[in-house]
Design a protein around this ligand. Sequence first.
Ligand SMILES: [Zn+2]
Length: 241
Amino acid sequence: MDKEEIIKSYNKIKDYYSKYLKDYGVKLPALYNKDGTFVKNALVLIKLYQGYPNTKIITKKELTQFIREFYPNTNNVQQAKNLGMQDGWYILSGTRGDSEIPKGSYQLKTLEKPHPGFCKKRREGYKGDFEEIKKQYGYRCATCGAKEGEEHYFRHGTIVKLQKGHMNPCKPLVDGNIIPQCQICNEPYKNRWIFDKTGRVIEVASSADGARIVKKFLKNSSEDIQRDIFNYLKNLMSKKR
Ligand SMILES: [Zn+2]
């Protein structure tokens, strides 16, 4: 791949990024380092992008060989793994256990969606009118009903301060995805659950943290419940195939 092709691929990726991924907080690597060399993360992304949307499965060895054209001393390319869950690119990883592809290989699935396990909760950048939202809720926490400015009714000594809670933590903080939550309700839920407008949990967030917490609940549950859910999921999955 020559320089021109690399730049062209990068610009294509950047277009998709601006259109579909930026709002989710996916991290686009820069193309150049300060000294004018290419950034390794960008090179890996470009290699995986080749042939898009009909991308190929790329082995770690192939990735390493490609990076060596620019960095001859590279032995072990970790970038593809980090670009996935950590930075949000929808890259399948055989090592992580994406069953579609063999161990030790990667494939760029799409540039139109972030990685399903990627969930970056962000508070910054909201341009709407949070005062108006709080007013609609009577200045109360959607989840527990605590009133702003008063002492919290079960956490004595804490003055309630309403925060912008995400209904879906994996989606951007925009109108339609915000409920007011007190600092006590907003924090422990982290990136685990999806809420309805009334602040009730309705779904598991498609994040690593969401999956982890459900596994923990199931592990702590009785064997009857575990068996019941196992059978339910087995049924559900067999219908999907
Ligand atoms: Zn609350």
